[in-house]
Design a protein around this ligand. Sequence first.
Ligand code: ATP
Ligand code: MG
Ligand code: MG
Ligand code: MG
Length: 470
Amino acid sequence: MRSAEIRQKFLDYFVSQGHHKVPSSPLVPAQDPTLLFTNAGMVQFKDVFLGNESRSYSRAVSVQKCMRAGGKHNDLDQVGKTARHQTFFEMLGNFSFGDYFKRDAIRFAWQFLTEVLGLDPEILWVTVFETDDEAYELWQEVAGVRPERIVWMGEKDNFWSMGDTGPCGPSSEIFVDRGPEYACSDHCGLGLCDCDRIQEIWNLVFMQYNRDENGILTPLPKPSIDTGMGLERIAAYLQGVNSNFDTDLLRPLIRHVEHLSHVNYDPGPGGMPFRVIADHIRAITFLLAEGVSFSNSDRGYVMRRILRRAVRFGLLLGFHRPFLHELVPVVGEIMGDAYPEVLVGESLIQQMILDEEERFRVTLDSGMKVLESKLQSVPEGGVLPGEEAFLLYDTYGFPLDLTVDAAEERGITVDQTGFDAAMKEQRERARRARNRRQDAEQLPHLQPNEFVGYHQLTSHDVPVTHLYIG
Ligand code: ATP
Ligand code: MG
Ligand code: MG
Ligand code: MG
């Protein structure tokens, strides 16, 4: 089943159950400084859940563009290593705003999976939050799930929140068992390991609370439902492929990377560069299409980190010239029907990617030589000092995660505390220098009202490479 068909079936099913179809909101959340990127379908409904905003409908369904890089939900480091994580993905979600609650949420999810998509109930497992007896009973009663297929889980996995504050609640997750051939060990199983055999596909959040700045939970005016299913994950299962990267949503990108690099894709660990590049180019294309620009702070810096990470992985495939922009039309071919915004600015997006890649390539080769030599001086299993990673960041524009990736390939870890300390020290130095300059500006030759602030601040004081988002 093609992914376009899965999107459509999802929307159709929930519309037939009285849900209002709502388009995806942007990746950059509107007027929400607490959140770097939209990381779930519920983000655009946050105020509705909080009771601060009302809509003309109490049930909604959407296919939402999501980004999980930076902020509370950050999957950047996972990308390329697991079969199931990207930074950019699409989330299929149904929502109830004080309308139905656990019973119907469970009923709808089960019916959609087993009847509409035709999944065999025997491959499905579910989890419930450790105190949620109600959900435990309902899975048996409404969906006929056998108790041995229901696993109790703790707060880390089964209590969902969007960020440090906001709507939250216990959750139940649905998993598919892809079969013993995917087992990581003899003890592999749901709740016992985090491998790709039993894969989470859908999270049903029973939204009951709002968490405030002090971590205090207060009940929401009306309990609600928020669900999210990863399109790429369910597509992988339905298309009978081994990972999200083999679906019709990502595999054409990998194929194009193969074509450009003349290297064959290895679906195992060796194929990580292909997977990273395929994911990252989608993320960058969507962010640029929304008007995010490369910069040294906030979202623009996250995007810069993503691009630099892709470029570094490109080196492993032999790309010693800019190549990422050549993938943008492939993103357009795959995603343009569902998201026309990636087609509208296609040539401009390509140009911005090319410029940014060229800019990084000015320091890339020399930075890589320094990095290689530093890594060679550390034995396998050893630690690269934080100051060295900071030097690479400061002088060559190597984001920390890029250095961490390269180190990891040699079994070396990076001292992140030392990196942070070096960063802090750098900032202190910059601050002291700024104060000295400001003192100098008090000199008597200045006219009493002469204003020098903007020039001083913008042209000297904040060296562009010195900003960092952890
Ligand atoms: P996991 O435990 O596998 O990291 P999660 O519990 O963090 O997933 P949720 O926050 O519950 O994920 O998001 C709802 C659904 O979105 C998941 O069940 C999954 O299908 C999908 N999803 C989450 N993160 C990603 C990702 N990085 N890439 C692709 N799909 C994802
Ligand atoms: Mg996760
Ligand atoms: Mg999970
Ligand atoms: Mg989950």
